[in-house]
Design a protein around this ligand. Structure first.
Ligand code: ADP
Ligand code: MG
Length: 339
């Protein structure tokens, strides 16, 4: 009888996990931005070259890491954010899987610079394809910088699969916008190939939405507000006359996390019933707060889907509060002969 099963070495396991977590440069952007937020940063800079194909850097002014943590953060299942299985049902951070950095380091060249506020000196670590290359003490500002170069250098199939710069940059901007919309009090900057695409000083929700989407956004926003035991809703919906063909201005955030939900989208669409021209899509920026134990985020590695305990109640509350807001602001049905 011969046995043939073996445990995979860590670097192979990391590379496999990376396939799920890191689909494209934008996935790296999302993970690094979320880590910066979890580190309580108030100022976050994203620097990108060639739509992230050659370089992605996130610099934050957060809590930084000790030298031990700076090494450990690249291990799989290494996280400071949860300890027990129960914690999965009471999450207060973006991260909890302890997988992102291990995955990214498995398929790119990563340079970490980090310093804690109370420390004199910081640490500079280089890791390439899961292999530690160097570790030095360095004079650094407070906070953390992750620099990710040559993504997918060791997975040519993935690298070749990347789309044009325009498409990859669009994905990066989408992730950046989602995170920036969810955290208006944080100062965000995005620099692509040396030019500043976004400069978003700390502000409130309305101003952040306007700063990102620009132009006449302000005049089209109708506030939504609702407070129940199941959910607290705040944010804005767009006046029906500003509806457009694309769904590019539709955002749900649950506990400060951007999520996708066909079901909740349907609730909004039904609140607009009779107000939209055929095929038009309303804008919405809705911020839902629910007790963390009433949702399950651990459904998919990218965490953009959530399971709610009471989805139907949420649907009803959302629909009625949006309807109420549209009514309050005297949004009358669009009659065909008026056009
Ligand atoms: P997770 O976010 O799920 O915990 P990651 O692999 O993204 O897993 O990060 C691992 C750990 O590294 C985090 O739990 C955190 O302690 C630390 N870390 C990552 N990014 C930063 C950062 N920007 N500032 C401070 N600590 C960080
Ligand atoms: Mg993380």
């Amino acid at each position: 009888m011969s046995s043939i099963i073996q445990l995979l070495p860590d670097h192979v396991a990391n590379q496999i996990a990376a396939g799920e977590v890191v689909q494209r440069p934008a996935s790296v952007v999302k993970e690094l931005l979320e880590n910066a937020i979890d580190a309580k940063a108030t100022d976050i800079k994203l620097i990108v070259k060639d739509a992230g194909k050659t370089l992605i850097q996130v610099i934050d002014n957060g809590i930084g890491m000790s030298v031990t943590d700076a090494r450990l953060c690249f291990e799989r299942h290494a996280t400071s954010k949860i300890r027990h299985a129960e914690d999965l049902f009471d999450l207060h951070t973006k991260g909890f899987r302890g997988e992102a950095l291990a995955s990214i380091a498995a398929i790119a060249h990563v340079e970490l610079k980090t310093k804690q506020d109370q420390e004199e000196l910081g640490h500079h670590i280089i890791i390439e394809g899961s292999k530690f290359v160097s570790q030095e003490v360095a004079v650094l500002p407070k906070g953390t910088s992750f620099l990710v170069k040559n993504l997918f250098f060791n997975i040519p199939a993935r690298r070749n699969f990347l789309k044009s710069e325009t498409v990859e940059m669009k994905h990066i901007m989408d992730e950046f916008q989602r995170v920036a919309l969810a955290h208006p009090s944080i100062y965000f900057t995005l620099i692509h190939n040396g030019s500043e695409n976004y400069n978003l000083p700390s502000s409130n929700y309305r101003q952040r939405i306007v700063n990102i989407l620009g132009g006449r956004t302000n005049e089209k926003l109708v506030p939504v507000s609702e407070d129940t035991e199941i959910v607290t809703i705040s944010g804005f919906v767009g006046k029906p006359e500003y509806a457009k063909k694309s769904r590019s201005e539709q955002f749900f955030f649950v506990n400060d996390r951007f999520i996708k939900s066909g079901y909740l989208h349907h609730a909004i669409m039904s609140a607009y019933d009779g107000l939209l021209k055929e095929g038009n899509q309303p804008s919405y920026f809705l911020y839902l707060k629910v007790p963390p134990h009433t949702i399950d985020i651990n459904i998919h590695p990218t965490k953009t889907e959530i399971k709610f305990d009471d989805e139907q109640a949420l649907y009803a509350i959302l629909r009625s509060s949006v309807k109420h807001s549209l009514g309050q602001f005297n949004v009358a049905p669009v009659l065909d002969f008026e056009r």
